[in-house]
Design a protein around this ligand. Structure first.
Ligand code: DGT
Ligand code: CA
Ligand code: ZN
Length: 581
């Protein structure tokens, strides 16, 4: 076991003893020992091999023995027994804010509760309030705490985590003595969800920066406040949702910054690969530097590190160990698409179906973002709960579009529809009406409970329809809320390639399907991708930025994406498809 793992084990023993009702004198010895150990800055392995752990300040003889045993074997009978005696669900209750070992002991012994779920039910039934020393107020607090745990314990969507991460970063950047500062980890790689916020900063004087960090207004709780690393629980309201996330700040000297930036950006798999490449070249790479025999390879930026290892610069979104190092070596990395490449969008809603703004408002908002074309893709007639358009509505909408296009400058509205893919795989209008659209986005909105075989056949049939231009949200997932329907996406990609259809990256950050792995596969198969915000309000048009993140993670260049084409090119292609029908 490493020093940190042992410290954690000691903390655990202290806590488990508290749950058993041990005297605080005994339990404190473990907690203090754990802190002493984790703060020890010398060579811990040396102390282990020479049997001198007792020299660590704050570690007594009996604790030193246990540490020695943990270091050598990774086990301690005392810990094993304690773990077996107390259910993990009871230990988990300790994470609820305001619930300490004494309360947990009472809840588990007097009410025989063994999990947080059972505790929640007992609170809701009012049983907890009746327990001696608890009361209605405490019961309400526990319930609130359980809810809070639900938010912290989970991953958080990128669109919600990013504003919090950026708020922290911006405040840190303003502090005196900060040389460079960046977000790292999954946020920098733009993963769809994130576990925590990783921030790296360089400075010659970390102490005041750390002190400022742990007192930022977003701080709910200080988990650790150290010389080079501090951890907080931070909270912020984003889009009316209270976002709670752990945030780690690491401070390094500026000469180490590029190495630490690369290391803490990850991914772990990418790091492992790059480190191996360094070894193969007789070098050693870690978060502090790049070393050869008896010399440091000086690097001012991440690009310098890659260059020193014979590689082109690898953008963070590509650092997932899916061939980026090989491509960087051969100078074959893609020239990744950026949001500026987008010239329009195809899948959006208006008040004709379930959007909250008029066609004109939506089109003007698109123009403001610099788009040349705004494609409407309201819902089709079967989707009654979302105000799907009847054939008469379609005619009315098309007349309004003609009128708007005659009147508005600098933006062209395209006549699209988001046609439901019906259970049998057919589209939601007859051919005459389908022919009246410039394009058709085909999407599944109902009948999610089919088998994968049925769903795959259903979608592939819709892709074979001559009217279909592109497949909308390919899996129907809602991130962290709902799994997608069961479908064989690789078969769907094959069908799209066979019939020459496009596939959408649904840029809405709640959805983000197609996922980046399938985006990369689609690219390899030559399937054109479309990045659509699925906007239901003018503000949501800007969500394309999250689709760009997925596209970049999927190695896409501007050329792979249909809505990077000019209006003239788009019209030409859509007309070509219609003429071929
Ligand atoms: P997350 O937090 O689950 O959304 O994803 P990440 O990638 O931010 O992961 P995190 O926060 O655990 O660690 C941040 C970065 O630190 C990670 O991307 C790579 C680096 N890292 C962490 N643990 C290790 C490790 O054991 N080995 C290596 N090579 N790198 C690591
Ligand atoms: Ca992270
Ligand atoms: Zn839809």
């Amino acid at each position: 076991m490493t020093k940190d793992e042992i410290a954690a084990a000691l903390e655990e023993i202290g806590t488990l003893l508290e749950l058993k009702g041990e005297s605080s004198f005994r339990t404190l010895a473990y907690h203090n020992g754990a802190r002493a150990l984790s703060q020890y800055e010398g060579d811990f392995q040396e102390l282990v091999s020479t049997g001198k752990i007792g020299e660590i300040r704050g570690v007594g003889a009996s604790l030193a023995e246990k540490i020695q045993q943990l270091a050598e074997t990774g086990e301690l009978p005392q810990l094993t027994e304690l773990r077996a005696a107390i259910p993990p669900g009871v230990i988990a209750m300790l994470k609820i804010p305001g619930v300490g070992p004494k309360k947990v002991k009472a809840l588990s012994e007097d009410l025989k509760l063994t999990t947080i779920d059972e505790l929640k039910a007992a609170c809701e039934a009012g049983t907890v309030a009746k327990l001696k020393g608890f009361g209605a107020k405490t019961q309400a607090k526990i319930l609130e705490g359980i809810q809070f745990l639900g938010t912290v314990g989970q991953r958080v969507r990128l669109d919600l985590a990013l504003p919090l991460g950026e708020a922290l970063l911006e405040q840190l950047k303003k502090l005196p003595g900060v040389i460079r500062a960046e977000l790292c980890g999954s946020l920098r790689r733009r993963r769809e969800t994130t576990k925590d916020i990783d921030i790296l900063l360089s400075s010659d004087n970390p102490k005041p920066i750390m002190d400022a960090f742990v007192t930022l207004p977003e701080v709910m709780q200080v988990v650790a406040n150290g010389e080079t690393k501090s951890s907080i629980v931070a909270a912020m309201v984003v889009d009316r949702e209270k976002i709670v996330l752990n945030a780690d700040l690491r401070v390094v000297g500026d000469e180490h910054f590029p190495f630490a930036l690369h290391y803490f950006t990850g991914s772990k798999d990418h790091n492992v690969r790059l480190r191996q490449r360094a070894i193969d070249q007789g070098l050693s790479l870690n978060e502090y530097g790049l070393k050869g025999e008896g010399r440091d390879v000086k690097c001012k930026t991440e690009a310098d590190i890659f260059a020193a290892l014979g590689l082109d610069y690898i953008p963070p979104e590509l650092r997932e160990d899916t061939g980026e190092i090989e491509a960087a070596e051969k100078k074959k990395l893609p020239k990744l698409i950026t949001v500026k490449n987008l010239r329009g969008v195809f899948h959006n809603h208006s008040t004709y179906s379930d959007g909250n703004a008029s066609l004109e408002e939506m089109a003007l908002a698109a123009k403001k973002l610099g788009f040349e074309y705004f494609g409407i893709g309201d819902h089709s007639q079967s989707l009654k709960i979302a105000g799907g358009l009847s054939p008469a509505d379609v005619k009315k909408q098309h007349r309004e579009i003609d009128e708007l296009n005659a009147r508005l400058d600098g933006i062209q509205i395209l006549k699209g529809i988001e046609s439901d893919i019906l259970d049998d795989g057919s589209l939601d209008y007859d051919d005459d009406i389908l022919r009246s659209f410039d394009y058709v986005v085909a999407s599944v909105h109902t009948g999610f409970n089919m088998s994968s075989e049925e769903m795959t056949a259903r979608i592939c049939k819709a892709l074979a329809h001559q009217a279909t231009t592109m497949l909308g949200h390919a899996t129907g997932r809602l991130l962290l809320r709902r799994e997608g329907y069961k479908v064989d996406l690789d078969q769907v990609l094959k069908a799209a390639a066979k019939h020459g259809k496009m596939i959408e990256i649904n840029a809405h950050p709640i959805r983000l399907d197609l996922d980046w792995i399938h985006v990369k596969r689609a690219k390899a198969m030559g399937i054109p991708i479309v990045i659509n915000p699925d906007a239901h309000s003018p503000g949501e048009l800007a969500l394309v930025e999250f689709g760009i993140d997925v596209a970049r993670r999927g190695w896409l260049e501007a050329d792979n994406v249909f809505n990077t084409k000019s209006l003239a090119e788009v019209l030409k292609e859509l007309n070509r498809r219609k003429a071929a029908w």
